[in-house]
Design a binder for this molecule. Sequence first.
Ligand SMILES: [Zn+2]
Ligand SMILES: [Zn+2]
Length: 353
Amino acid sequence: MSMLRCYQVAEFGKPLALAEKPLPEPTGRQVLVKVERCGVCHSDLHIWDGYFDLGGGRKVVAANNGALLPLTPGHEIVGTVVAAGPEAHTAKPGQRRLVFPWIGCGTCPPCRDGNEHICAGAQQAIGIFTDGGYASHVLVPDEKYLLDMGSLDPALAATYACSGLTAYSALKKLGRLPPDHDLLIVGAGGVGLNAVALAKVMTGVAPIVADLDPAKRTAAMQLGAKAAIDPREADAGKTLFKTTGGVMAAVDFAGSDASFAFAYAALRKGGHLVTVGLLGGQATISIGLHVMKGLRISGSYVGSLIELQELLQLARQTALPALPITTAPLDQATASLEKLKAGQVIGRIVLEA
Ligand SMILES: [Zn+2]
Ligand SMILES: [Zn+2]
């Protein structure tokens, strides 16, 4: 009998543990998916470390305070349907699908609005609260979370489930910008680079990218950035403001004190900052200046099922530049997390099961 192999966080901060269990039998509308690709995301690091930093010394302990351990991480999953429950109608064995992982309780107000990704009840996100894709198989609770990815490259499509979706949802909040306005993207990790790839087609503007790492700035230029700057250079913020007259829109994909301050200070009057990164920063702003400049700050956390459908449609219709992807075998999961933690990853590592 075939078994489910998975790499799990058994103890926070320790190497992932290989486990084997019997293959689950899908019931109801559940679908069993054989994992082909699974992206390694920054959120996996938070789960591995055991906490999400809220800034000011406040932390959220991952995996429901550790109660969910051992937990298999991995939420950027492409795989093939192997079995579906008796009440599933569209999922058929052999279909290659992208998994929408941001599953909520289904009954709270945000879930009822179709925003399961910001569920206010008992969240069920795959790889965060339930076993994910660092595995040979994953059990998806409903066939509606499986998306047809057409002929897209499976490793790239996998990254759309989180880093692509997060970038898409953030840029969608900005809308289309007039062509003579500037867009600033702070942070060119996996999510930031996916945003660089999407920025021109979604906002109409090629972005200016700020990142500390010269290799990430180079990657951003290759994906179509208009300019790439080092925010730590003396007067980088002043120079940016002077040359652009202030940017109309900015997205902070880092979320540190410094990245937020840099992005916020770059806004012109009427500007809009979308904050995405979860590095645990805090900010103090002058309410008076915020009012008089007519500024706007929006938070954006991953994205909805409908937004992932929109992103896939966009990717299937448009030749989007692809972010750099390194593949690694599934048994390199721990080493891949270590590389990501050390800041050595340009774009994404995608595990191959
Ligand atoms: Zn909910
Ligand atoms: Zn993620």
